[in-house]
Design a protein around this ligand. Structure first.
Ligand code: NDP
Length: 331
Protein backbone atom coordinates (compact mmCIF):
# COMPACT_ATOMS: atom_id res chain seq x y z
CA UNK A 1 0.00 0.00 0.00
CA UNK A 2 1.08 3.57 -0.62
CA UNK A 3 1.57 5.31 2.72
CA UNK A 4 0.47 8.95 2.90
CA UNK A 5 1.36 11.65 5.38
CA UNK A 6 -1.05 14.60 5.53
CA UNK A 7 0.81 17.84 6.11
CA UNK A 8 -1.81 20.22 7.46
CA UNK A 9 -4.88 19.49 9.56
CA UNK A 10 -6.86 21.48 7.01
CA UNK A 11 -10.41 21.81 5.78
CA UNK A 12 -9.64 20.48 2.30
CA UNK A 13 -7.99 17.39 3.82
CA UNK A 14 -10.95 16.96 6.13
CA UNK A 15 -13.64 17.46 3.48
CA UNK A 16 -12.05 15.70 0.52
CA UNK A 17 -8.59 14.26 0.67
CA UNK A 18 -8.69 11.73 3.48
CA UNK A 19 -11.57 10.09 1.71
CA UNK A 20 -9.93 10.44 -1.74
CA UNK A 21 -6.82 8.62 -0.52
CA UNK A 22 -8.82 5.92 1.21
CA UNK A 23 -10.95 5.33 -1.86
CA UNK A 24 -7.87 4.26 -3.84
CA UNK A 25 -7.92 0.81 -2.24
CA UNK A 26 -4.14 0.54 -2.33
CA UNK A 27 -3.39 3.57 -0.16
CA UNK A 28 -3.52 4.44 3.52
CA UNK A 29 -3.24 7.60 5.59
CA UNK A 30 -0.50 6.96 8.11
CA UNK A 31 -0.22 10.26 9.92
CA UNK A 32 -1.18 13.91 10.02
CA UNK A 33 1.12 16.84 10.75
CA UNK A 34 -0.16 19.94 12.52
CA UNK A 35 1.63 22.83 14.18
CA UNK A 36 -0.84 22.40 17.00
CA UNK A 37 -0.56 19.06 18.83
CA UNK A 38 -4.16 19.14 20.02
CA UNK A 39 -5.52 19.99 16.55
CA UNK A 40 -3.45 17.21 14.98
CA UNK A 41 -4.54 14.68 17.59
CA UNK A 42 -8.19 15.65 17.19
CA UNK A 43 -7.90 15.35 13.42
CA UNK A 44 -6.26 11.93 13.72
CA UNK A 45 -8.92 10.77 16.17
CA UNK A 46 -11.76 12.02 13.96
CA UNK A 47 -10.51 10.04 10.98
CA UNK A 48 -8.98 7.04 12.72
CA UNK A 49 -5.45 8.00 11.61
CA UNK A 50 -2.81 6.18 13.62
CA UNK A 51 -0.38 9.01 14.34
CA UNK A 52 -0.12 12.78 14.54
CA UNK A 53 3.03 14.87 14.61
CA UNK A 54 3.99 18.47 15.13
CA UNK A 55 7.42 17.94 13.58
CA UNK A 56 7.55 17.35 9.83
CA UNK A 57 10.90 15.51 9.92
CA UNK A 58 9.55 13.06 12.47
CA UNK A 59 6.47 12.47 10.32
CA UNK A 60 8.62 11.94 7.22
CA UNK A 61 10.47 9.22 9.13
CA UNK A 62 7.21 7.40 9.89
CA UNK A 63 7.59 3.78 8.74
CA UNK A 64 6.00 3.15 5.36
CA UNK A 65 5.66 6.81 4.38
CA UNK A 66 5.85 7.16 0.58
CA UNK A 67 4.02 10.39 -0.21
CA UNK A 68 2.90 13.62 1.42
CA UNK A 69 -0.16 15.70 0.73
CA UNK A 70 0.55 19.33 1.64
CA UNK A 71 -2.50 21.45 2.42
CA UNK A 72 -1.14 24.01 4.81
CA UNK A 73 -1.53 27.73 4.22
CA UNK A 74 0.18 28.95 1.07
CA UNK A 75 3.33 30.45 2.57
CA UNK A 76 4.36 27.04 3.92
CA UNK A 77 4.11 25.03 0.70
CA UNK A 78 7.62 25.74 -0.54
CA UNK A 79 9.65 24.80 2.54
CA UNK A 80 7.52 21.75 3.30
CA UNK A 81 7.77 20.49 -0.29
CA UNK A 82 11.54 20.80 -0.26
CA UNK A 83 11.75 19.10 3.12
CA UNK A 84 9.59 16.19 2.00
CA UNK A 85 11.44 15.84 -1.31
CA UNK A 86 14.73 15.91 0.58
CA UNK A 87 13.48 12.93 2.57
CA UNK A 88 12.66 11.11 -0.67
CA UNK A 89 8.88 11.47 -0.43
CA UNK A 90 6.63 12.18 -3.40
CA UNK A 91 4.70 15.43 -3.02
CA UNK A 92 1.12 16.27 -3.89
CA UNK A 93 0.92 19.96 -3.02
CA UNK A 94 -2.02 22.30 -2.85
CA UNK A 95 -2.33 25.37 -4.97
CA UNK A 96 -1.07 28.01 -5.22
CA UNK A 97 2.20 26.18 -5.55
CA UNK A 98 4.08 29.04 -3.87
CA UNK A 99 3.90 32.79 -3.35
CA UNK A 100 6.35 33.70 -6.11
CA UNK A 101 7.92 32.15 -9.17
CA UNK A 102 11.42 31.79 -7.72
CA UNK A 103 10.05 29.63 -4.92
CA UNK A 104 7.91 27.66 -7.35
CA UNK A 105 10.95 27.01 -9.52
CA UNK A 106 12.92 25.83 -6.47
CA UNK A 107 10.10 23.38 -5.68
CA UNK A 108 9.97 21.98 -9.19
CA UNK A 109 13.77 21.70 -9.42
CA UNK A 110 14.05 20.28 -5.90
CA UNK A 111 11.64 17.46 -6.69
CA UNK A 112 13.43 16.67 -9.96
CA UNK A 113 16.78 16.56 -8.16
CA UNK A 114 15.36 14.33 -5.43
CA UNK A 115 13.80 12.03 -8.04
CA UNK A 116 10.30 12.38 -6.57
CA UNK A 117 7.00 13.18 -8.25
CA UNK A 118 5.53 16.65 -7.70
CA UNK A 119 1.83 17.06 -8.39
CA UNK A 120 -0.43 20.06 -7.79
CA UNK A 121 -3.98 19.54 -6.60
CA UNK A 122 -5.71 21.65 -9.26
CA UNK A 123 -8.86 19.62 -8.89
CA UNK A 124 -10.92 21.02 -11.77
CA UNK A 125 -8.97 19.35 -14.56
CA UNK A 126 -9.94 16.08 -12.88
CA UNK A 127 -13.65 16.79 -13.36
CA UNK A 128 -15.37 14.54 -15.87
CA UNK A 129 -17.23 17.66 -17.05
CA UNK A 130 -14.08 19.56 -17.94
CA UNK A 131 -12.62 16.41 -19.50
CA UNK A 132 -15.68 16.19 -21.74
CA UNK A 133 -15.46 19.86 -22.73
CA UNK A 134 -11.81 19.39 -23.64
CA UNK A 135 -12.71 16.33 -25.71
CA UNK A 136 -15.40 18.27 -27.61
CA UNK A 137 -13.00 21.10 -28.38
CA UNK A 138 -10.26 18.74 -29.52
CA UNK A 139 -12.72 16.86 -31.73
CA UNK A 140 -13.46 20.14 -33.52
CA UNK A 141 -17.12 20.19 -32.43
CA UNK A 142 -17.14 23.98 -32.09
CA UNK A 143 -14.51 24.76 -34.71
CA UNK A 144 -11.83 27.21 -33.64
CA UNK A 145 -12.30 28.47 -30.04
CA UNK A 146 -12.59 32.25 -30.22
CA UNK A 147 -13.94 33.42 -26.89
CA UNK A 148 -14.41 31.95 -23.48
CA UNK A 149 -16.17 33.10 -20.32
CA UNK A 150 -15.50 31.69 -16.88
CA UNK A 151 -18.05 32.32 -14.13
CA UNK A 152 -16.40 31.51 -10.82
CA UNK A 153 -17.85 34.04 -8.40
CA UNK A 154 -18.78 32.43 -5.10
CA UNK A 155 -19.85 33.18 -1.61
CA UNK A 156 -16.83 32.17 0.46
CA UNK A 157 -18.25 29.72 3.03
CA UNK A 158 -18.24 31.01 6.60
CA UNK A 159 -15.77 28.37 7.83
CA UNK A 160 -13.20 29.45 5.21
CA UNK A 161 -13.32 33.15 6.17
CA UNK A 162 -9.99 33.11 7.99
CA UNK A 163 -6.54 33.71 6.50
CA UNK A 164 -7.95 34.12 2.97
CA UNK A 165 -9.39 37.49 4.01
CA UNK A 166 -6.64 39.01 6.10
CA UNK A 167 -3.25 37.35 5.46
CA UNK A 168 -1.40 39.23 2.69
CA UNK A 169 0.33 35.99 1.68
CA UNK A 170 -3.03 34.39 0.90
CA UNK A 171 -3.01 36.40 -2.31
CA UNK A 172 -6.76 36.97 -1.98
CA UNK A 173 -9.13 35.67 -4.60
CA UNK A 174 -6.41 35.82 -7.26
CA UNK A 175 -4.15 33.18 -5.72
CA UNK A 176 -7.11 31.31 -4.27
CA UNK A 177 -9.55 30.94 -7.17
CA UNK A 178 -8.07 32.50 -10.31
CA UNK A 179 -5.17 29.98 -10.27
CA UNK A 180 -7.75 27.23 -10.70
CA UNK A 181 -9.35 29.03 -13.64
CA UNK A 182 -6.01 29.40 -15.38
CA UNK A 183 -5.18 25.75 -14.90
CA UNK A 184 -8.59 24.73 -16.19
CA UNK A 185 -8.33 27.02 -19.21
CA UNK A 186 -4.88 25.73 -20.13
CA UNK A 187 -6.31 22.22 -19.89
CA UNK A 188 -9.38 23.02 -21.99
CA UNK A 189 -7.74 25.17 -24.63
CA UNK A 190 -4.36 23.42 -24.88
CA UNK A 191 -2.81 26.83 -25.13
CA UNK A 192 -0.81 29.19 -22.92
CA UNK A 193 -1.87 32.55 -21.48
CA UNK A 194 0.11 35.38 -23.06
CA UNK A 195 -1.34 38.72 -21.84
CA UNK A 196 -3.51 39.56 -18.84
CA UNK A 197 -5.61 42.63 -18.06
CA UNK A 198 -7.54 42.78 -14.79
CA UNK A 199 -9.52 44.87 -12.33
CA UNK A 200 -10.17 43.91 -8.74
CA UNK A 201 -12.16 44.93 -5.69
CA UNK A 202 -11.06 44.66 -2.07
CA UNK A 203 -11.80 45.89 1.41
CA UNK A 204 -15.41 44.76 1.73
CA UNK A 205 -14.84 41.28 3.02
CA UNK A 206 -11.03 41.27 2.82
CA UNK A 207 -8.59 43.68 4.43
CA UNK A 208 -7.94 46.63 2.14
CA UNK A 209 -5.57 45.79 -0.68
CA UNK A 210 -6.31 42.08 -0.72
CA UNK A 211 -8.49 41.18 -3.69
CA UNK A 212 -11.94 39.71 -3.03
CA UNK A 213 -13.35 40.13 -6.54
CA UNK A 214 -11.48 39.91 -9.83
CA UNK A 215 -12.45 40.40 -13.44
CA UNK A 216 -9.70 39.54 -15.86
CA UNK A 217 -9.20 39.16 -19.57
CA UNK A 218 -6.59 36.66 -20.69
CA UNK A 219 -5.31 36.52 -24.26
CA UNK A 220 -4.16 33.01 -25.08
CA UNK A 221 -1.45 32.04 -27.57
CA UNK A 222 -4.02 30.43 -29.86
CA UNK A 223 -5.90 33.72 -30.12
CA UNK A 224 -8.73 32.84 -27.73
CA UNK A 225 -9.92 35.79 -25.65
CA UNK A 226 -11.02 34.74 -22.17
CA UNK A 227 -13.04 36.65 -19.62
CA UNK A 228 -12.80 35.43 -16.02
CA UNK A 229 -14.79 36.46 -12.96
CA UNK A 230 -13.82 35.28 -9.48
CA UNK A 231 -15.23 36.45 -6.18
CA UNK A 232 -15.51 35.63 -2.49
CA UNK A 233 -18.51 37.89 -1.99
CA UNK A 234 -21.04 36.87 -4.63
CA UNK A 235 -23.86 34.86 -3.08
CA UNK A 236 -26.34 33.32 -5.52
CA UNK A 237 -24.01 33.61 -8.51
CA UNK A 238 -24.03 30.71 -11.00
CA UNK A 239 -20.83 28.96 -12.03
CA UNK A 240 -19.88 27.84 -15.48
CA UNK A 241 -17.67 27.95 -18.53
CA UNK A 242 -18.79 29.05 -21.98
CA UNK A 243 -16.57 28.41 -24.97
CA UNK A 244 -17.60 30.10 -28.16
CA UNK A 245 -16.09 28.69 -31.31
CA UNK A 246 -16.30 29.46 -35.01
CA UNK A 247 -18.89 26.68 -35.49
CA UNK A 248 -20.57 26.28 -32.14
CA UNK A 249 -20.70 27.00 -28.42
CA UNK A 250 -20.24 24.79 -25.39
CA UNK A 251 -21.87 25.88 -22.16
CA UNK A 252 -20.87 23.88 -19.09
CA UNK A 253 -23.06 24.92 -16.18
CA UNK A 254 -22.29 24.43 -12.49
CA UNK A 255 -18.82 23.03 -13.18
CA UNK A 256 -16.52 25.45 -11.30
CA UNK A 257 -16.90 23.50 -8.09
CA UNK A 258 -15.30 20.84 -5.94
CA UNK A 259 -18.30 18.56 -6.40
CA UNK A 260 -18.76 16.10 -9.30
CA UNK A 261 -21.75 17.88 -10.79
CA UNK A 262 -22.77 20.08 -13.71
CA UNK A 263 -24.16 19.76 -17.19
CA UNK A 264 -22.97 20.51 -20.71
CA UNK A 265 -24.87 21.86 -23.69
CA UNK A 266 -23.48 22.02 -27.23
CA UNK A 267 -25.13 24.52 -29.55
CA UNK A 268 -24.55 24.61 -33.30
CA UNK A 269 -26.55 25.24 -36.47
CA UNK A 270 -29.68 23.18 -36.01
CA UNK A 271 -30.00 23.55 -32.25
CA UNK A 272 -28.68 22.50 -28.89
CA UNK A 273 -27.96 19.07 -27.49
CA UNK A 274 -27.16 17.94 -23.96
CA UNK A 275 -23.86 16.11 -23.65
CA UNK A 276 -23.90 13.27 -21.13
CA UNK A 277 -21.22 13.26 -18.42
CA UNK A 278 -20.31 10.38 -16.11
CA UNK A 279 -19.31 12.27 -12.99
CA UNK A 280 -16.70 10.99 -10.57
CA UNK A 281 -15.14 12.49 -7.44
CA UNK A 282 -12.46 14.95 -8.66
CA UNK A 283 -10.12 14.36 -5.74
CA UNK A 284 -10.26 10.59 -6.12
CA UNK A 285 -9.14 11.07 -9.71
CA UNK A 286 -6.38 13.46 -8.68
CA UNK A 287 -4.93 11.00 -6.17
CA UNK A 288 -5.30 8.11 -8.64
CA UNK A 289 -3.29 9.94 -11.31
CA UNK A 290 -0.70 10.94 -8.74
CA UNK A 291 -0.24 7.39 -7.48
CA UNK A 292 0.09 6.15 -11.05
CA UNK A 293 2.80 8.74 -11.62
CA UNK A 294 4.56 7.50 -8.47
CA UNK A 295 4.61 4.07 -10.10
CA UNK A 296 6.11 5.52 -13.24
CA UNK A 297 2.83 5.43 -15.19
CA UNK A 298 2.38 8.87 -16.68
CA UNK A 299 2.21 12.27 -15.01
CA UNK A 300 0.14 13.68 -12.16
CA UNK A 301 -3.05 15.33 -13.45
CA UNK A 302 -1.39 18.71 -12.84
CA UNK A 303 2.41 18.77 -12.76
CA UNK A 304 4.76 21.19 -11.05
CA UNK A 305 5.08 22.98 -14.38
CA UNK A 306 1.28 23.34 -14.55
CA UNK A 307 1.30 24.75 -11.03
CA UNK A 308 4.01 27.22 -11.98
CA UNK A 309 2.15 28.42 -15.06
CA UNK A 310 -1.07 28.92 -13.12
CA UNK A 311 0.84 30.85 -10.49
CA UNK A 312 2.66 32.97 -13.09
CA UNK A 313 -0.63 33.97 -14.67
CA UNK A 314 -2.21 34.71 -11.29
CA UNK A 315 0.72 36.91 -10.31
CA UNK A 316 0.39 38.65 -13.67
CA UNK A 317 -3.31 39.26 -12.99
CA UNK A 318 -2.47 40.62 -9.55
CA UNK A 319 0.10 42.94 -11.09
CA UNK A 320 -2.34 43.95 -13.83
CA UNK A 321 -5.13 44.80 -11.40
CA UNK A 322 -2.83 46.69 -9.04
CA UNK A 323 -1.00 48.64 -11.76
CA UNK A 324 -3.91 49.02 -14.20
CA UNK A 325 -1.54 47.81 -16.91
CA UNK A 326 -1.78 44.90 -19.33
CA UNK A 327 0.87 42.36 -18.32
CA UNK A 328 2.64 40.05 -20.76
CA UNK A 329 3.79 36.64 -19.59
CA UNK A 330 7.18 35.25 -20.49
CA UNK A 331 7.15 32.46 -23.10
P1 NDP B 1 -7.53 25.67 6.45
O1 NDP B 1 -7.53 27.03 7.02
O2 NDP B 1 -8.64 24.77 6.81
O3 NDP B 1 -6.19 24.91 6.84
C1 NDP B 1 -4.92 25.49 6.62
C2 NDP B 1 -4.09 25.38 7.89
O4 NDP B 1 -4.71 26.19 8.88
C3 NDP B 1 -4.06 23.97 8.45
O5 NDP B 1 -2.95 23.29 7.95
C4 NDP B 1 -3.98 24.19 9.94
O6 NDP B 1 -2.66 24.28 10.40
C5 NDP B 1 -4.58 25.57 10.15
N1 NDP B 1 -5.90 25.40 10.77
C6 NDP B 1 -6.89 24.57 10.42
N2 NDP B 1 -7.95 24.72 11.23
C7 NDP B 1 -7.61 25.67 12.11
C8 NDP B 1 -8.26 26.26 13.21
N3 NDP B 1 -9.50 25.90 13.56
N4 NDP B 1 -7.60 27.23 13.90
C9 NDP B 1 -6.36 27.61 13.54
N5 NDP B 1 -5.70 27.07 12.51
C10 NDP B 1 -6.31 26.12 11.80
O7 NDP B 1 -7.35 25.86 4.89
P2 NDP B 1 -7.94 25.13 3.62
O8 NDP B 1 -8.12 23.69 3.81
O9 NDP B 1 -9.10 25.89 3.15
O10 NDP B 1 -6.73 25.39 2.59
C11 NDP B 1 -5.48 24.75 2.76
C12 NDP B 1 -4.69 24.79 1.46
O11 NDP B 1 -5.40 24.05 0.48
C13 NDP B 1 -4.49 26.17 0.86
O12 NDP B 1 -3.25 26.20 0.21
C14 NDP B 1 -5.61 26.29 -0.16
O13 NDP B 1 -5.27 27.17 -1.20
C15 NDP B 1 -5.73 24.86 -0.63
N6 NDP B 1 -7.09 24.48 -1.04
C16 NDP B 1 -7.26 23.77 -2.18
C17 NDP B 1 -8.48 23.32 -2.56
C18 NDP B 1 -8.63 22.50 -3.80
O14 NDP B 1 -9.73 22.12 -4.10
N7 NDP B 1 -7.59 22.19 -4.50
C19 NDP B 1 -9.69 23.62 -1.77
C20 NDP B 1 -9.41 24.37 -0.57
C21 NDP B 1 -8.15 24.77 -0.23
P3 NDP B 1 -1.93 23.01 11.02
O15 NDP B 1 -1.63 22.12 9.89
O16 NDP B 1 -0.74 23.57 11.68
O17 NDP B 1 -2.90 22.36 11.95
Amino acid sequence: KIGWILVGASTVAREWMVDAIRQQGDAEVLAVVSRDAARGAAFAAQFGIGASYTDLDAALAHPGADAVYISTTNELHMAQTLQAAGAGKHVLCEKPLALNLDDARRMVDGCVEAGVVLGINHHLRNAASHGKVRELIRAGEIGQPLYCRVLHANNLPQHLRGWRLDAPESGGVTLDMFVHDVDTLRFLLDSEPRHVTACATSGGMTVAGLEEGLMAVIEFDNGTLVQVHDAFNAPHSLSGVEIIGSKGTIFATGVMTQRPVGSITLTRDGGSIDIPVEHENLYVRSVRAFQRAMRGEGQPAATGDDGMRALATALAAQQASRSHQRVTLAG
